[in-house]
Design a binder for this molecule. Structure first.
Ligand code: ADP
Ligand code: ADP
Length: 221
């Protein structure tokens, strides 16, 4: 089950901030959903709740945290192990999942190939550009073949050209594999270009203010 259902979801931080409230949301399997809105409107909080990285203070989220192991998460800042190569970083989740090393390496190479980094598999993170590090992070999130990919402003730190290339590569990958995607962005362009559905969050009080289907054929390079 890679769809999502949220009912009456709210999150109040210990500081008293009500970051998210009244979220009713169903995401069907294979959809590509953008969470769009200004800084501070609760996008990251909602994504973390969906990922099970944090618990809601009210409401229900399906699948439950125990059933949410099948999730890939990409953070805004690539959190790569500096002591491991690109291949080592992408192999790690498989090793941790008990996949035998030769198979893990083969699958990690395939994941690196899918993000265009075959030639860089032996490079250490510090020697890679920001865009390449983000590609490694995406490969690492996808190598376990999750049915749900969550991304928190994955391209925000990249220059516009790198960002646009990554947008296109991600679209191509999604068209091949059709995993479910929910990603946070504050780029109107990116939300409309990538997603099939755009959820607009309101700055106050952390609600989904609009739910827009994007029907236009996806432009591709
Ligand atoms: P973004 O706008 O990119 O989501 P933020 O700067 O809002 O990033 O948040 C960065 C990190 O700081 C997140 O882990 C978030 O949970 C945490 N954070 C944000 N606001 C607060 C706050 N008022 N108190 C404590 N932690 C916060
Ligand atoms: P966005 O991702 O849209 O920028 P966030 O979900 O990061 O929004 O933040 C929503 C609100 O919750 C903001 O007011 C932020 O300061 C607050 N916040 C975020 N993380 C924390 C945290 N860990 N502790 C306290 N407040 C937080």
């Amino acid at each position: 089950m890679s769809g999502l259902a949220l009912q009456g979801v709210a999150k109040r931080y210990a500081t008293g901030t009500l970051a998210v409230q009244g979220v009713e949301l169903t995401v069907v399997e294979g959809d590509f959903v953008a969470l769009l809105g200004p800084s501070g409107c609760g996008k990251s909080t909602l994504l973390r709740l969906i990922a099970g990285l944090d618990a809601p203070t009210a409401g229900r989220i399906e699948p439950s945290p125990e059933a949410r192991r099948d999730i890939g998460f990409v953070f805004q800042e690539p959190t790569l192990m500096p002591w491991a190569t690109a291949l080592g970083n992408v192999t790690l989740p498989l090793i941790l999942a008990g996949v035998p090393k030769p198979e893990a390496r083969a699958r990690a190479m395939a994941a690196l190939e899918s993000v265009g980094l075959t030639d860089q598999h032996g490079a250490y993170p510090r020697t890679l550009s920001g865009g390449m590090r983000m590609r490694v992070s995406i490969a690492r999130a996808l190598v376990t073949r999750p049915r749900l990919l969550l991304m928190d402003e994955p391209f925000a730190a990249l220059d516009e050209i790198t960002r646009f290339r990554l947008n296109n590569d991600l679209l191509a990958l999604w068209e091949r594999e059709r995993f479910t995607v929910v990603f946070v962005t504050h780029s109107v362009f990116e939300s409309v270009y990538l997603a099939r559905r755009v959820l607009v969050m309101a700055s106050r009080p952390g609600r989904i203010a609009a739910d827009l289907p994007i029907d236009a054929p996806q432009p591709r390079d």
